[in-house]
Write a protein that binds this ligand. Structure first.
Ligand SMILES: Cc1cc2nc3c(=O)[nH]c(=O)nc-3n(C[C@H](O)[C@H](O)[C@H](O)COP(=O)(O)O)c2cc1C
Length: 193
């Protein structure tokens, strides 16, 4: 494989800005992005970013034409197969619904199926879950997913860098996700001691 390529899923949890910043940085780093958005993910893109449709230029900035967009219902798309080689999958933001679907190995939509395949192929799967407080089912699903090799990385920005804007808090979460995928970035996320 020459270029790094990752699968990115956006689901119906609050935090569309995290997805936007993460995808933008992937595109900047010349990582191929294979994107799928759930119906509620689309709604949150509209509610939180004002996107009336999936606007790749707004999500990825310059170079966004390199993003491949998939239909959520197409469980026959290439990212649903283990033969499609990739460097991992990130679900950002990840709803409790998708968290449960992935924890229980369901495959009725392309996000759950691509995540199941990522686990089956022993590739990196990062779930940026957002909910507060956690339900007992969320906590059980964290355990199931962690035992299965996934990384649960809740949308939980640290305040130790003294952020003064929402953007800086978004950078913190996006930067952590980029670090987990070993994608280079210059976002301000590091504690200098
Ligand atoms: C405005 C809005 C905000 C929501 N925020 C969250 C959230 O932060 N976390 C969550 O788990 N679900 C949230 N939900 C509920 C999910 O969207 C819902 O459970 C949906 O079935 C998730 O589907 P999906 O996993 O296919 O995207 C929200 C729904 C709406 C309409």
């Amino acid at each position: 494989m020459v270029d790094m390529r990752i699968v990115v899923a956006i689901t119906g949890a609050s935090g569309a800005k995290y997805a936007q910043r993460f995808i933008h940085e992937c595109v900047k780093a010349k990582v191929q992005v294979h994107l799928v958005v759930s119906p509620l993910g689309r709604r949150l893109l509209n509610d939180e970013l004002g996107l009336e449709s999936i606007d790749l230029a707004r999500l990825g900035g310059a170079g966004a034409h390199e993003i491949t967009l998939y239909n959520y219902n197409d469980v026959g798309a290439q990212i649903a197969s283990g033969s499609f080689l990739h460097d991992g999958m990130v679900v950002v933001p990840c709803s409790s619904n998708t968290l449960a679907e992935v924890a229980h190995g369901l495959g009725g939509n392309l996000i759950a199926r691509a995540a199941a395949v990522t686990l089956k192929e022993r590739r990196r799967l990062v779930l940026c879950h957002r909910e507060m407080p956690l339900s007992p089912m969320d906590v059980n699903n964290y355990k199931i997913l962690t035992d299965a090799g996934a990384i649960v990385a809740p949308a939980n920005p640290g305040l130790y860098l003294n952020p003064t804007s929402v953007e800086e808090m978004v950078d913190f979460v996006a930067g952590k996700l980029l670090d987990l995928m070993q994608i280079q970035h210059n976002l301000n996320t590091r504690w200098q001691g």
